[in-house]
Structures are given as structure tokens and as C-alpha cells.
Write a protein that binds this ligand. Structure first.
Ligand code: BES
Ligand code: ZN
Length: 636
């Protein structure tokens, strides 16, 4: 099936680019680049309709002392015969030389610099150029790379490196066209100092979980990877460290530092079942293996859906598997995001909203409808907050298709994309019935496998395959309103008011009855979160002390719960929580946790700010460049 689709895709490319301009490799599939105005990416300098990269071959050495990766990137290009140049994206890496396939020098220059986008990297083409080789070196401050000293790892003896490409950071270490609408196959040969191991978001050349790898007398080890499916370049990822692998199921496993591996593997026991459930919902898993790597605590996200190798924060390890909806989420991206990919960041909701919807379907399949309904209800609460944060239901940024021109794509990283997107799909599902909706979703992924997609394409596909001229249904769905207009349409499926009946009763009773000590013991993490998030924001010290004593919040090892508690504590200047706050902020750097806490502290000049200054001074070296970029702006 997928093979046929890819053939169809290359036919499309042929239509856009003359047949003489096919890549030299021949082995790789070439995915189309969309031609419509809404698919033009304002966050890339590339002009893919003139000349585009179809395959990237990296040959790199990782230097921990110099904090650089250096070597060559060999790019296969597809071009119009008349194209005089190819434009890549570049943010910081230094270029030593550019040559063609025959080793002849090619002229190159850089465009003016933009602090977020970097510069255009313009390479002159000869009439017959089909391949371009860039010799380069990344800079120590490359925004996609975090270099950790041994002290910042669990093992404390070896350094660690990991990358985070989404949204537009990979242009700091991979010379290519860094736009999600320009899919590329890729391969890599990576040299690292022994005894470290390199893993990437592609099959290793060799048997699963092992590598064709040699330790040379020079003390280096070499690893090979190859991704034969065309992927968006933000999905190229690397991690290097003292890491080991543990098999979880026939096609699932986890990498982590030795000390982290046993608890990580215990937390992840359900992964193989999740892949099976996801396949039943969305169609065959197309990437071969589904492995994960648990990174050191400075990883700035909860998870990142790098193909074949999801990157994870260690803060999802709660000991009771209560935070594994994160795995369902990253796994779901194997279809929504990695198969069908937003062509530009304006349609980020197509990646994240669809994934959030799919995540809860996987959770339902594994843990039952009650758990899924509760997670939907928590999501609806988050959506309400996101609408408020975006200046209410008329705010321009409450639109799914969002205008990010002149802004960083991360500004679209809000619960509007995740939760309004998911709410939209739940609304369509409720209107057409689950059975029909599931057929449609499977079809959507198959019809757009390994291709870029836009909001307009999603709506057109939905109209063609689901609405099919049913004017009453069309009116009921309010499709354009959901995607292009601000606010939440009135046909949104409301939250199940019964989902948290007991918890909500405890919230209402709290002023009289106090902390629900007995009930708490029997509550799930989601129920506990609902309770803490629904309590009135203003609390006195006595109430907070009673909560902490009764529910043992300060001692919890659950990162989501401690965050919810500290958030409440900071809002009320609750002094006894300060040691726990310090521990939390100096032991992990997940942006979702540290950004709001510092922001709240910084906004309170007499109590919070001095604390924030003290914690930040201590913790800043731990935090990822993407996080310090925002926290530095608080001028702590
Ligand atoms: N792809 C995102 C992470 C991301 C988005 C990184 C945009 C950079 C730019 C990932 O799938 C994600 O959504 N992670 C969430 C977890 C999820 C359960 C909501 C996170 O990191 O919190
Ligand atoms: Zn996601």
C-alpha cells in the first residue's frame, strides 16, 4: 500500500520538476513539495520549487571537548534545469567548503541574518549539478544541541549530547532545507569517543538494538544509520552518551543511562501493547521499530516523536506508570506528524491536535474509557486556560490555522493546537459516529503517508471522504469555523461532568471539610491533578499546610503532581514549599514545568524574584538553550 502511495507521490514531483531533474541516488523516494500559497513556509529561506534537497548523507565526528560536530553533509538535489542556485537554511554552523559530486568547488554566500531564522545559505549550481557536499562545523552554542558535562548526567562519569530539532533548530547542525514541507531521506555515519554510544532517529544499519560498529585504535566508535522514508528534517535527531538498551517487546525497547534503565523499562512495560493498539486504530506501524531513549533531566520537553526513537524526559517516570499517556502521545505521532506532516508551522495543530486526539484513543484501548474520559476532561480545562492566555475567545491565536509570520514557530506551541485540535476531531467523531470517523482517519493517514499536509487539505479530504455532500452534516460540523476562526465553536462536545464527580465534590467541600485525606489514597494521578488544579487559586497558609500534611504533596515523586502543588504554593507565597521548589527547579529542566514557575516567581518582586534569582543562578547550566533563551528574558 505505502509503496503505491510513494509512487504516486513521485509522479506528483515529476509534474512539478522536469523528469531530467531526478536525483542521482535512485534508491530514495522523493516526496512532493506542495505548490499552494498556504504551504509556503515563512520560517525557511529555501525555494524548493526551484531546487530542493531529496537526501542528506551526514558524515560527522562528535567532539565533546570542543562541543562541535564536524564533517560533511552530502545533499542529493532535485532541481529545475534552469535553477542557478539552491538555498539552504543555516543558523550558525561554519562552512569550510562546498563542492559538487565531482569534487569541484561551488560558489556560496549567506543572506542577511535573522536572529530566529538564521541566514539563507545560497549555493551556486552548475547546469549539471545533482549533488552538493558541504564541509562544516557546528558551533558550541548550536541551538539544537545540548552538551552535558558528566556531572549533569545520572552516571556522572561520561558527557552526553542530544539534539532537539523541532521546530526550526536543526539548521544549527544539519546543513539542509529546514522546512517541514520538504521531506528528505537521510543517512549518517557518526564517530564518537569510546566508550560512548550514538543513537539516531533512524534504523541502525545492522540488527535491531545492535550496531555495525567498530572501536578503532584511535579510541573512536563509528555508528551508521539510514532513514529510507522521506521525513521532515526537524525529525533528524541524535543522542550520544553512556547508554544501554533494554528490549521491551518484539519491536519495542528503551535506551537510557545504566542507572536509569531499570526504572525506565519498568515504567514502559505497556509500550508494545500501545503499538498494537495504535495499529488497530490507525493502520500498520510503518517505521519498523519503536524504541525510546530516556534522556538526562535537562531535556526541555516531555517527549519528542523522533522516528523509530522517541526522546523522553526522565520526569515521566512516576514509579506507577501513571504518566505514560506521554508515550501514547509520542507513539501517535508516528502517524499524525511523522507520516502526514504539517507543511508549515501555521498548521501545527494538524500534528499536535490530531496526536492528542489519537493519544486518548490509545489510552482508551489500553486503560479503558473512564481513564480516557478523564484525560479528555483535563484537556478541556487546559483548553479553557489556553483561550484565556490568548486574550479570550476573540484572540487571533485561538485559531487552529495560526498566523506565525514574523514570529517564532514556538509561539504556536500552546494548548490551542493540542486541545482545540483534539476537541475539533472529537466533535467530528461525535457527529458521524466512531466507526465512520475511524475509517476516515485511517484513510487520511494512508492517503497522505510521507507527505506534507495543510489545513485546507485536511478539510478537503474530510469533505470528500466523510461529508460527501451531506449538507445537513456540513452545516452541523462548522468545519471552517473550527479551523479558521477564533474561539471554541458551540458544537464542541462538552466535558463529561461525571468524569470526576467524586473529585469535584471534594473540591467543593474543601473550604468546610479540608483535605480529602482518605479519598486521596484511592485516587489516580489524573484525579489528584484535577483536585489540585480545580482548587481556588487563593489559599491561606493554614489551608496549604493542611493540604501538604494530609496529602504529602511535598514528598511526591510524581512530577506532574509536584508541579501542580508548587504552582499553587508559589501563587500564595507559601514559604514551607520553598525547599521543595528549589529541589524541583534545580533537578530538572522541562520547559513546561520550569517556565511557568520562574515566570510566577519573577512577577512577584518582593517574595518570588529573589528566590528565582537564587535558583536560576544555580540551575542555569542544567537548562537547555531553548529554555534559557526564555528565562534569560525574565532578567533574573
Ligand atoms: N512534538 C512535541 C514537542 C515539540 C513541539 C517540540 C513543538 C518542539 C516544538 C511533542 O510531541 C509533545 O507534544 N510533547 C509534549 C507532551 C505531550 C504529552 C503533550 C511535551 O513535551 O510536553
Ligand atoms: Zn506532540
Amino acid at each position: 500500500m505505502i509503496r503505491t502511495l510513494l509512487l504516486a507521490a513521485s509522479v506528483l514531483t515529476l509534474a512539478a520538476v522536469p523528469a531530467t531533474a531526478q536525483p542521482s541516488g535512485g534508491r530514495q523516494q522523493v516526496a512532493p513539495v506542495l505548490a499552494t500559497a498556504d504551504a509556503v513556509d515563512p520560517h525557511s529561506f529555501a525555494r524548493p520549487r526551484e531546487a530542493r534537497v531529496s537526501n542528506v548523507a551526514l558524515d560527522l565526528s562528535v567532539d565533546f571537548a570542543g562541543r562541535t560536530v564536524a564533517g560533511t553533509a552530502t545533499l542529493d538535489i532535485v532541481r529545475r534545469p534552469t535553477a542557478r542556485e539552491i538555498v539552504l537554511d543555516r543558523k550558525g554552523y561554519d562552512v569550510q567548503s562546498v563542492t559538487d559530486g565531482a569534487g569541484r568547488k561551488l560558489a556560496f554566500r549567506f543572506g542577511p541574518a535573522d536572529k530566529d531564522l538564521g541566514t539563507a545559505f545560497i549555493i551556486g549550481l552548475r547546469p549539471d549539478t545533482r549533488q552538493v557536499q558541504v564541509r562544516y562545523r557546528s558551533r558550541p552554542d548550536a541551538s539544537a544541541l545540548q552538551w552535558l558535562s558528566p556531572a549533569q548526567t545520572a552516571g556522572k562519569r561520561q558527557p552526553f549530547l542530544f539534539s532537539q530539532g523541532q521546530a526550526i533548530e536543526n539548521r544549527s547542525w544539519v546543513p539542509t532545507q529546514d522546512s517541514p514541507g520538504i521531506r528528505q531521506t537521510w543517512s549518517a555515519r557518526i564517530r564518537v569517543p569510546a566508550p560512548l554510544t550514538a543513537v539516531m532517529s533512524a534504523p541502525s544499519e545492522g540488527v535491531a538494538g545492535s550496531f555495525i560498529q567498530a572501536t578503532l585504535p584511535t579510541g573512536t566508535r563509528t555508528f551508521h544509520f539510514r532513514m529510507d522514508h522521506p521525513v521532515a528534517p526537524y525529525l533528524i535527531a541524535i543522542a550520544v552518551g553512556d547508554i544501554r538498551f533494554q528490549q521491551l517487546g518484539p519491536r519495542t525497547g528503551v535506551w537510557a543511562e545504566p542507572a536509569t534503565l531499570p526504572p525506565a523499562a519498568r515504567e514502559l512495560v505497556d509500550t508494545e501493547k500501545m503499538v498494537d493498539a495504535a495499529e488497530r486504530l490507525f493502520g500498520p506501524y510503518p517505521w519498523g521499530r519503536y524504541d525510546m531513549i530516556v534522556l538526562p533531566p535537562s531535556f526541555p520537553y516531555g517527549g519528542m516523536e523522533n522516528p523509530t526513537l522517541t526522546f523522553l524526559t526522565p520526569t515521566f517516570i512516576a514509579g506507577d506508570r501513571s504518566l505514560v499517556s506521554l508515550i501514547a502521545h509520542e507513539l501517535a505521532h508516528s502517524w499524525s506528524g511523522n507520516l502526514a506532516t504539517n507543511a508549515t508551522w501555521a498548521d501545527f495543530w494538524l500534528n499536535e491536535g490530531t496526536t492528542t486526539y489519537a493519544e486518548r484513543r490509545i489510552v482508551e484501548a489500553l486503560y479503558g474509557p473512564r481513564v480516557a474520559r478523564q484525560q479528555v476532561a483535563l484537556g478541556i480545562d487546559s483548553l479553557g486556560k489556553a483561550v484565556d492566555d490568548a486574550s479570550g475567545p476573540t484572540g487571533a491565536d485561538t485559531r487552529l490555522h495560526i498566523d506565525l509570520r514574523g514570529r517564532r514557530p514556538d509561539e504556536g506551541l500552546t494548548d490551542i493546537a493540542y486541545e482545540k485540535g483534539a476537541a475539533f476531531l472529537r466533535t467530528v467523531e461525535a457527529n458521524v459516529g466512531r466507526e465512520r470517523f475511524d475509517v476516515f482517519m485511517r484513510g487520511w493517514f494512508t492517503r497522505h503517508a510521507f507527505q506534507p499536509v495543510t489545513s485546507a487539505m485536511f478539510l478537503a479530504d474530510l469533505r470528500q471522504h466523510l461529508v460527501r455532500g451531506d449538507t445537513a452534516l456540513e452545516r452541523r460540523l462548522q468545519l471552517d469555523r473550527w479551523v479558521y476562526k477564533p474561539g471554541i465553536p458551540d458544537n464542541a462536545v462538552p466535558a463529561d461532568r461525571q468524569a470526576f464527580a467524586a473529585v469535584d465534590a471534594a473540591v467543593a467541600a474543601f473550604p468546610r471539610a479540608g483535605a480529602p485525606v482518605a479519598a486521596w489514597a484511592g485516587w489516580t494521578t489524573d484525579e489528584r491533578l484535577r483536585f489540585l488544579q480545580r482548587l481556588p487559586r487563593k489559599q491561606g497558609a493554614a489551608q496549604l499546610a493542611a493540604l501538604d500534611r494530609g496529602l504529602r504533596l511535598t514528598d511526591t515523586g510524581n512530577s506532574e503532581l509536584i508541579f501542580a502543588w508548587l504552582d499553587l504554593a508559589v501563587a500564595n507565597r507559601y514559604q514551607p514549599a520553598v525547599p521543595a521548589l528549589e529541589r524541583f527547579l534545580t533537578s530538572q529542566g522541562r520547559g513546561k514545568f520550569v517556565r511557568p514557575l520562574y515566570k510566577a516567581l519573577a512577577a512577584d518582586p518582593s517574595w518570588g524574584r529573589p528566590l528565582a534569582v537564587r535558583f536560576y543562578r544555580q540551575a542555569r547550566p542544567l537548562y537547555h538553550p531553548l529554555v534559557t533563551r526564555d528565562l534569560d528574558a525574565l532578567k533574573l
